[in-house]
Design a protein around this ligand. Structure first.
Ligand code: MRU
Length: 371
């Protein structure tokens, strides 16, 4: 572990009171909790090069926007150590960056983290021998910053919730999707810490079941009251008045506040509007992509249709049926009640609010900057 930065898991425990993280970094080796096997088995896989980390991102060993950024950063640090003596070090390392960028297209945190690693490498281009250490330090910083951002975001988001509240969340925007603590689940963890009486409805989230397998696992582990529901049950629960707020994460936020997140999020946002339920998005600033003017510019990942046709190796659908599997959708900014970041809470109109948040303009009425 790099000296002088503090240990991410200690920071997570001391500041967040949580020990769940999908990462371990020990002796120059990256360990990823294999999220495909949860909740049945807590199995850690080890990684020593960028190619294998990119494969793990593609294959969903590690998933969730901030987590894949952190994984990519460690993958590139590993690659720098592996290539240290190679004559064409920088070219080979840049190839690894391109490979990493192709792993998954929607979560902008992946590109953000690769660009941070490239900037760190660029500053130190003249000394390739010390680059591995510098890049290790940068990856650890990215991990720590994400944990701190989640804890701050949690506090800001929890303040928006009433003292007794039933929150519906989708997919897994928890510790497992980040360096630790989580974005949407960070808001829930912080609300519990503040003494709010909270109950969570977790959508199961077809087809990878991140809600059933991962969100439920996290909430049960930390004894936060949770009820699992089928994705298609969300409307019924909202209409019955059983949901006080929806809180979700994000994979990319466009400059106008449109939000890409797990497929089904858009449906939830329409249901929330129709039933007068506030709809909040919690995401770090690294999820904002001001280069995308609106949600139409956000690339939506399409995965293999077999992910819907089969479950656990068993065919569910009739042989010969066509299957389409877009894994994210875009929620238009008009359906979002607030965007919670580590810097503060954004309210509509999101274009100027995002500009104020990114530039640190604390006087803008749509950006309530918090500590
Ligand atoms: O396909 P996944 O599991 O990577 O999708 C994850 C999500 O959509 C999360 O809601 C999002 O990344 C926010 S994570 C803090």
């Amino acid at each position: 572990m790099s000296q002088g930065l503090g240990r991410p898991l200690d920071i997570l425990m001391q500041e967040g009171g949580s020990s769940i993280s999908p990462f371990r970094w020990e002796g120059g080796v990256l360990y990823l909790l294999d999220q495909r096997r949860l909740p049945d088995e807590e199995k850690w896989l080890s990684f020593t090069n960028a190619g294998d980390v990119a494969g793990a991102i593609k294959d969903m060993v590690v998933r969730g926007a901030p987590a894949i950024g952190i994984a990519a950063a460690f993958g590139l640090a590993l690659e720098a150590a592996r290539l240290e003596a190679a004559p064409s070090f920088i070219d080979l390392w840049e190839d690894a960056c391109s490979l990493m960028l192709r792993a998954r297209p929607t979560a902008v945190n992946l590109r953000w983290a690769v660009e941070r690693m490239q900037a760190a490498a660029c500053l130190n281009r003249k000394a390739p021998s010390s680059l591995a250490g510098i890049l290790e330090k940068e990856a650890v910083s990215i991990w720590i910053e994400d944990i701190s951002a989640n804890i701050a975001m949690g506090r800001h988001g929890a303040a928006l919730l009433p003292d007794t509240v039933r929150v519906l969340t989708h997919c897994n925007a928890g510790a497992l999707a980040t360096g630790g603590y989580g974005t949407a689940l960070g808001v829930i963890r912080a609300a519990v810490k503040m003494g709010k009486r909270i109950e969570v409805f977790a959508d199961e989230t077809r087809p990878w079941l991140q809600g059933a397998r991962l969100t439920a696992w996290e909430l049960v582990k930390e004894r936060i009251p949770a009820t699992l529901i089928a994705d298609s049950a969300a409307g019924l629960f909202m209409r019955k008045g059983l949901v006080d707020a929806v809180v979700v994460g994000a994979d990319r936020i466009a400059a106008n506040g449109d939000v890409a997140n797990k497929i089904g999020t858009y449906t939830l946002s329409e249901l929330a509007r129709a039933n007068g339920v506030p709809f909040y998005v919690a995401a770090p600033v690294s999820t904002i992509d001001s280069g995308c003017l609106s949600g139409d510019d956000i690339p939506i990942e399409e995965r293999c249709g077999d992910e819907i046709v089969f479950m656990g190796g068993r065919r569910l659908a009739a042989k010969g049926v066509k299957a389409e599997n877009p894994v994210f959708d875009v929620t238009p900014n008009a359906l979002i009640s607030g965007i919670v970041t580590e810097k503060g809470v954004l309210s509509p109109p999101y274009g100027p609010a995002i500009k104020a948040c990114l530039s640190g303009d604390q006087r803008h009425p749509c950006f309530i900057a918090l500590d």
